[in-house]
Design a protein around this ligand. Structure first.
Ligand code: HEM
Length: 277
């Protein structure tokens, strides 16, 4: 998205196309190995698409046909691009914000240790446990607001229209600037402060939380991403003591998503069981 579309060797665009080809080939190989029984059929999204495709080929679907192999590859690539880097980056920012805000970390630790005591006999967190993390949910939301992982997203005007006095012509590209909304002091009080409690008296300004987009194209993985971030938080907070070792706040240049250039390295020590009384 952030490169001139020049198919010339050496350009970012060209390297992107080459990388895409490589990933598509890896996905294509996995598909053919699964179909030939050479790779374990996991219970994953790829398998669902392949199974639906089989059903369509055998006439077991009513909608006339499954996806082509290229469409299946495209769907998997979309999930990788939309789901992997975004969530990883969100977790990185969350660690950074918590490291910088010990009082928030303290409140979070208390909530998570309480929860850990309740669920310690189980080896995994259930949906019920995830729904029992009110403060952690606000930490996740505030991290997503302040980091604006997808800082803007593009739209195409399908017809002439006028918004707040601005005339927009059919065919124009319009970028929704989520980051500016998230940092607008008329929407969020003291917007640069990491303050999860601001969501206690949740801002009611419509369209003011755009971390997952809004409307017809809202993020499909929104609930999954939130759940992953909560599980990650719980494990990190209750199992490890950690410290960010590189406080560099610069952001990766030309990235599609807002990512810390340093990757936010941390030192990690496992907490012994006596932390959970
Ligand atoms: C913290 C993590 C994530 C963030 C911040 C995020 C953010 C977004 C945003 C802002 C959009 C809307 C883009 C637009 O309107 O043009 C979007 C769309 C999308 N996201 Fe996510 N996302 C995350 C995680 C995920 C995950 C885990 C998945 C899948 C496993 C996923 C799959 C998608 C898909 C498929 C779309 C396109 C939806 C459509 O166009 O109909 N995302 N995401």
């Amino acid at each position: 998205m952030l490169a001139l579309p020049l198919r010339l060797p050496g350009t970012r665009f060209y390297r992107g196309l080459q990388a895409r080809k490589k990933i598509m080939a890896i996905i294509g190989k996995a598909m053919s190995e699964r179909r030939r029984g050479l790779q374990a059929n996991g219970e994953d999204f790829l398998q669902r698409l392949l199974d639906d495709d089989d059903k369509a080929c055998n006439g077991a679907t009513t909608n006339g046909g499954g996806l082509t192999d290229e469409e299946i590859q495209d769907n998997i690539l979309t999930m990788i691009i939309a789901g992997q880097d975004t969530t990883a980056s969100a977790m990185t920012w969350m660690v950074k914000f918590l490291d910088e805000n010990p009082e928030v970390l303290d409140t979070l630790l208390r909530e998570q240790l309480d929860l850990a005591r309740k669920v310690s006999s189980k080896s995994f967190l259930t949906l019920e446990s995830i729904n029992d993390m009110p403060y952690a949910s606000k930490v996740v939301k505030e991290s997503l607001r302040l980091a604006s992982i997808v800082p803007w997203f593009p739209r195409l005007a399908l017809e002439d229209c006028e918004k707040e006095g601005f005339k927009i012509k059919r065919g124009w590209n319009v970028n929704v600037d989520a980051k500016s909304v998230h940092l607008d002091p008329t929407v969020y009080n003291d917007p640069n402060k990491f303050n999860p409690s601001r969501f206690e008296d949740e801002s009611k300004v419509p369209y003011s939380f755009l971390a997952f987009g809004m409307g017809g194209r809202t993020c499909l993985g929104m609930n999954m991403a939130k759940a992953m971030m909560l599980v990650f938080l719980h494990r990190l907070i209750t199992t490890y003591r950690w410290k960010v070792i590189n406080p560099d706040v610069s952001i990766q240049k030309w990235g599609l998503f807002s990512k810390l250039r340093s990757g936010c390295p941390v030192t990690v020590t496992c907490i012994t069981e006596n932390v959970l009384p």
